[in-house]
Design a protein around this ligand. Structure first.
Ligand code: UD1
Ligand code: UDP
Length: 360
């Protein structure tokens, strides 16, 4: 089959890393369209290198902008591409604006849309990703889900069971494949941090970064943790965080790191404080306890198994959750089908055929 895989932002790259080589090995003509939503070397190129992702066939240079500008530009560029290439299907992954643009542009051209990581729900419409997930799933012809709960969500929303395939978590496959490659890495040492002796933090969601009081609470909580904190900062968070921390020697703000270093940093951390979707899943895989600074999560399964807990953006609540995380046992079970066979199951699902568009 001729397949176009749309990717644009950091978490997309991790998801397509195991997928695209598996599709090509199965004989598909699968090629990547990079929308350019993320463009800094540390937010894009490093992942293609670290994860040996095939070079994108198309770069669409969409760049930053408001949601409508970014999504609209990506739709315009993707529409032109899909029209000239007429693929058998378009694969979109995750929940970023590039995912939404890919699903919209493809479905308007009557192309089949396959959504990988379908069915996750936070039930929080203040989250841009929830809107992207809901729309992408309504437009998709085939839904590849990471958990059984995701399939249940889709069925509740009226998706026919024959369109849903529980393939497992593709982020987990990236972890399984790359963890052995970082056995000898301890990137924390470059910052004077020993394995087990630091917290790792990432914060980039608008609900935290764009509300001054919440970001200040998070900064205060990090500066008061019982262990030093390494914080690779997303570009949207950097300026405000630097101002708030005012040279605290407890929190080290560093540039975003590559995937392999990030994996090793997560494995070696005593605890992780994050609002990232992917990091919630990876911390679960590497058995490092996680505190998620959000009011809800679409990755509820990580809390259910005992790997993750939620804390609102309040200094005392974050501290209490970190203390609980540090004291909790680390032998939680990894969720079902969060393993190294996810891309294999996707290839199998495609071999069984893509259900036709509704009404076609
Ligand atoms: C996007 C996704 C979010 C995901 C995150 C992963 C949407 C709605 N949000 O959020 O789900 O968790 O990516 O990292 O799609 N910027 C740079 N360099 C870059 C990219 C961005 O400096 O390479 C800065 C720009 O100032 C930009 C801002 O970051 O305006 C936000 O970028 P954008 O892609 O719009 O959203 P993210 O916050 O990265
Ligand atoms: N990540 C990384 N370097 C960093 C921060 C994150 O490699 O400095 C990886 C992280 O390990 C995970 C992915 O980026 O694989 C998650 O992306 P992000 O947190 O930006 O987005 P989300 O998952 O929240 O949508």
């Amino acid at each position: 089959m001729k397949l176009i895989v749309v990717a644009g932002a950091r978490p997309n790259f991790i998801k397509i890393a195991p997928l695209v080589p598996a599709l090509i090995a199965a004989g598909h003509d699968a090629a990547i369209a990079h929308t350019g939503q993320h463009y800094d070397a540390a937010m894009s190129d490093v992942f293609f290198r670290d994860l040996e992702i095939p070079e994108p066939r198309w770069f669409l240079n969409v760049g930053s902008g408001t949601h409508a500008v970014q999504t609209g530009k990506a739709m315009m560029a993707l529409e032109e591409l899909f029209e000239s290439e007429r693929p058998d299907a378009v694969i979109v992954v995750g929940d970023v604006n590039s995912t939404l643009a890919g699903a919209l542009a493809a479905s308007k051209l009557h192309l089949s849309v396959i959504h990988l990581e379908a069915g996750l729900r936070s039930f929080d419409m203040l989250m841009p990703e929830e809107i992207n997930r809901l729309v992408a799933d309504q437009l998709s012809t085939l839904h590849l889900t990471p958990t059984r709960e995701a399939g249940d969500n889709l069925i509740r929303e009226g998706v026919e069971p024959e369109r849903i395939v529980f393939v497992g978590n593709i982020m987990a496959e990236s972890v399984v494949r790359h963890l052995p490659l970082v056995e000898d890495r301890a990137p924390g040492r470059d910052f004077g941090l020993e394995p087990g002796g630091y917290a790792l933090a990432t914060v980039h969601r608008p609900e935290n970064t764009d509300v001054a009081e919440r970001l200040a609470n998070i900064a205060r909580a990090l500066a008061d943790l019982p262990v030093p904190v390494l914080f690779p900062v997303h570009p949207r968070t950097r300026a405000r965080m630097e101002e708030l921390l005012g040279g605290s020697d407890r929190v080290m703000l560093v540039d975003p790191v590559g995937y392999l270093d990030m994996l090793a940093l997560q494995r070696d951390a005593a605890v992780i404080v994050t609002d990232s979707g992917g990091v919630q899943e990876e911390s679960c895989m590497v058995h490092t306890p996680c505190v998620t600074v959000r009011r809800n999560t679409e990755r509820g399964i990580t809390c259910e198994v005992g790997a993750n807990r939620l804390a609102p953006a309040d200094a005392d609540a974050i501290r209490a959750a970190v203390d609980e995380a540090l004291a909790a046992p680390r032998d939680w079970p990894v969720p079902e089908r969060w393993d190294g066979q996810v891309s294999e199951r996707i290839v199998e699902a495609l071999a069984n055929g893509i259900p036709p568009l509704r009404g076609a």
